[in-house]
Design a binder for this molecule. Sequence first.
Ligand code: GLC
Length: 413
Amino acid sequence: MAVPVPEKRIARFEKLGFGMFIHWGLYSQLGKGEWIQEIGKIPKEEYIKLKDTFTAKDFSGREIARIAKRAGMKYITLTTRHHEGFSLYDTRGLNDYDAPHSAAGRDLIADFVEGCRAEGILPMFYHTTLDWYNPDFNGNFKEYLRYLRRSVEILCTQYGEIGGMWFDGNWSKPNEDWEENELYALIRKNQPDAMIINNTGLDARGKIGNPYIDSVTFEQGRPEPMNREGMEKYVAAEMCQTINRHWGIGSLDFAYQSLPELIENLCACRKVGANYLLNVGPTAEGRILPLQKELLAGVGDWIKMAGDSVYNAKPCEIRSTGKDFVLFDGKRYWFYIHDLSVLSQANVVKGVQGVGPRSFTNVKTRFSSIKWVDNNESLDFTQNTDNGLMSVNFTGYPYGTNTVVRVAVADAL
Ligand code: GLC
């Protein structure tokens, strides 16, 4: 069975590869995660007062876009409205629970979009569908859905071209009719090139939804490979993940991922052709924490080493055992090799010297050369195109380096 050809916007999305997720809202002032209103049982009358102290004084779309760019990220998905119901954009009269009516006194989404464009980053909008503020959500659901559509229409008509809409919350009322077709049709009409994504949540990872949906989601963990044979439409995949254990800032959450983990997660996504959407939780004032910024910059350094294959190359027919994998960009094959040791002397670095051969199967292409991309060193290899077996003698890291995952490129004969 055939795999369908991706539509233009979906092919573009896959090549973006790596994006920044941002959870930021009134809750950021409490520093206890984006669910604190609900989990901390804060009465609504009290919670909504947070709007009067939300100054957003350090928020700069441009600065955030620069941080994303430095990290090698090509898009940013920002929470324009999260479950709390407060909008970072001007709701233009729908209600006054929005940024222009808060202490910030300005449309933060306008700032965000402008900053992204100036840095060549594609802006995307997260938007909640679950709402703790609007009484219609539990009272008059049909009216709530009209409010939701009017909100989304504003986002799709007032901020120029956007990269996509990313919804989250349908899992809160799984048996309701969310009138999804109406919502998505209005996006398609106003933003024909925008991705339409709707998070299926922690328990339904990679689930295919409404036919309008352009990408499946994997929340946390690692994405699984997708089998697209016989599908009606080619659907992309994206894995979103927290950098520590919360989406919105947790000032006592020290459980950060390490730089090697972030690099391996990015690779695990690209191995199956999925995008990696890595979250940061800015401070109440809108600044990205130095620790998060530095971790992102580290991933950016790794991407500089690995090169464009991170964005352009896709999974291919070649198989390997274990974590290693091979991508193909239409011309060249890119080998992503894990767990190499550092070449040294026995009294300096403990353990094996070098690495030795690693084998691959289902190799149909005859190669002329394989080289590490970071130092151009040629690698010895043998292959047999009759049985598709190939063995490459990967060398260890030159002393003084260890990039966690090392990339080699192979050219066909
Ligand atoms: C969950 C949470 C939400 C978060 C989202 C990100 O659905 O409800 O707080 O925004 O995951 O994927």
